[in-house]
Every structure is written in C-alpha cells, then in structure tokens.
Design a protein around this ligand. Sequence first.
Ligand code: ZN
Length: 448
Amino acid sequence: MYDKLYRNLLLPFFDGVLKGRQSVAHWHRAEETQWLSREQLEELQFTALRQLLIHASTTCPYYGDLWKSLSLDASSLSSPEDFQRWPLITRETIRQHRLMMRTTSAVKRMSKATGGSSGEPLQFDLDSGSNDRRTAMMWRGYNWAGGGPGTRQLYVWGTALRSVPAWKRLKMDLHHRFDNHLVLSCFEFTPDKMRRHFERMNGYGADVIVAYTNPLYEFARYLQREGLQPVSPKSIIVGAEKLHAFQRELIEQVFQAPVFETYGSREFMLIGAECDKHCGLHLSMENLFVEILNDDGSPTTPGCEGNVVVTDLFNYGMPFIRYVNGDRAIAGYDLCSCGRGLPLLKQVVGRQLDTLDTPDGRKIPGEFFPHLIKDFPAIRRFQVIQETIEQITLKLVVDCGQLTVVDRENLLNAIHECTGTVVDVRLQFVEDIPLTKAGKLKVVVHAV
Ligand SMILES: [Zn+2]
C-alpha cells in the first residue's frame, strides 16, 4: 500500500517538484530501455559516448590538451572499438588534475569523495544532472530484486552515527521513515549488538534486506551459531563488498531468501546488478560504458578476468573517461535469459590491491583467506597484515577469545601450504577489528 503511494505520489512530488530532480523520469525511461535489443542499446550508448568526448575535448582543459597532443579527435570517433585509442586514467590522474578535468561550461556541480576503502579517499566532482541518472539506475537495479522505491527495506549498512549531530540524525531518521527504510549500523558488530539487531529485524518484518556483504555474512553466521531464526524477507540485496559463493549460500540458507548481488562505487553508484536469473550482473549501460581490459589495455578474452575501466556518459561536470577503478572482473558475452538487452558482467573478482607477496615471488590473492576462515566457525572477523615480505600477522576476533590448539595448527598449516614455510605467520587475538570509515572490512592490509 505505502509503496504504491510512495511511487506514484510522494516520490514524484518530493524528488521532482520539491527538489527539481529528474530521477523519476530517468527511472521510468530506464525501465523501458532495458528491454531494447543489444544493438539498440549499443547505439544509444555510442551516441552518448561521442557527445561526451566532444564535450570533454572542447570544455575540459585536461582532456582537450592531452588528446590534442595524442592527435585524438573526438568528433572522428567511429566505433566503440575505436575508443580503445583513448588514454586510460586512474585515481592518481584525478588527484593530480582534478581542477583541469572540470568543465569550463556552466554546469551545476557537486563535490563528492570516495570512502577510501583502499586507504586513500578521493575527491571528485559530479554534474548534478548525472546524479539524477545514477539514482535512477540504482532504483532500477534494486527493483530487479523486488527492492524498488517505496518497498519496506531494512539496511544493514556502514553508517557511523556517533559523530553525527543530533539534528542531522533526526533528519536522516525522518528521511529513512519517508523512504520506508530502517537502518541498522554494522559498526561495532558485537554479539550483544547482533542480538539487538535480530530483535529489531524480526519486529520490523522487511520485504527486502539491503546490506554490506561482510557484515551480513557475519550476522548470518551469528544467527546460525545461536540457532536464531530471522523472519524471511522476499529478497536480499548485497553490495559494497565482494560476495563469495559460500557467503551467498550461507546467507540464503539462514534467511531463506534469494541473494541479489550488486556492484557499484562512489564514483559511479550502481555499475551492475543481478536480475532474478542470477547469471551475472546487468550493467547500467545507458549511463556507463564499461570495459574489462588486460594490463596492456587490450580487451580480455571470454572467461578471463581483467581491470574494470569505466566511462560515465553523463558526468559532464568532471568527466570520468576510461577510468581504471582498481577492481577486477570477468566480462560476460551472452544475452541473459530474462530478455533484457543489457550486457552482463559475469563476475566481480575483487580489488586488485588485495594480494599478499611472498619472498619467492608468489602472489597470494586476498580471496584465499575468506575461503579458509569460513571453515573455522569460532572466528568472527579477521584481517591479514603484510608486515614485511617475510612476515604476516593474522588478526582474529574469536568468540571465546582463543582458538583450540588443533584449530591453530590447522590454520597455520593451511596458510603455510599457500605461502611457503619461509613466511612467518603470527596469530594475534584481538577484541575488535574496526571497519573503515565507509563501513567496509579491509581483508588485506599492507603495513609496508
Ligand atoms: Zn537478466
């Protein structure tokens, strides 16, 4: 009932009339364009790409000068393949040239910052019109999971509320009520807090749970361990952190509801989301041009992972053109059986930074550790610190404070099997491992 009222009346009034935004109109259009054929969508996308390049070359000094020096003429762009001649940019490019990357034309801009899950926050600018478009993409993606605007949602989210002034907290609370959301913070996720969350969650009876992946997994493990049965939502949307297959399995088992993976970032909001076929993540292609590239800049071959490179087609305020965001993914090539023309990202592999080095040159993917730790139910949270190339510390939050001797031995043996015995592995038992400011858990930390 409320969701219909919200979608048809409250949201258009609040967003369109009061705030003067176009999000609702963009959303309605995106609900239609998703059913266009791949060719039609590619045509729309390419037109937007060309317009963006012409805008950037004529009004953004950084792009204009750089492309001129490389003899790249935006108006001559002939195909998506031709776009591969354009140079890539990184976080470092933005850090160094942010002001020169802004447009000189009159566009309403807003400043944003990434949460800095890689340890380094990044300031950037955003065209406010493009913000409406990305909001629309998020609504559409969540809608695939039954979590469109106005549905009763419970968030298990990285919100640090302690430093927020009371008036602001009240405003946020009213906003959440208006949106039909209840937000539970995943900071300081102690057993006591999880118990309270469980009670609130069951009292609330959400249709959809929206959560950061790791805290929800941690929560699901807690519920399973304590034998607590949560009220099942219709679906669960997870994001902000990589979702492993074993995490999906456990969350679905504990909550008795399907999990929908989403992938996004502060720079672009929703990049991709799963539909109910769960065959990969449909890309927000009307808004973004996403490429998966090898280290040498060539496109990956089917089934191989590569670097995620994103162009935001509508951020005219400070264009992101061929931005290497630091994530790794596998591109999809097939059409989804749901009938949407939107291409798929087959799998998000994770952040490139999350690897450990060993003296004999091995690179241990950070993924190794969540897989290993899942077999030790007593471990609630963990973090791996590469102190030096010869030494790693595994910080552990364990339920009863310690691991059994057998568990310790098994854990160390499994790590040594992977790293080689020359690496000194230390276990450190701690009370808590704080999340980053953005509410994420950093799995691998490089102290050096
Ligand atoms: Zn689909």
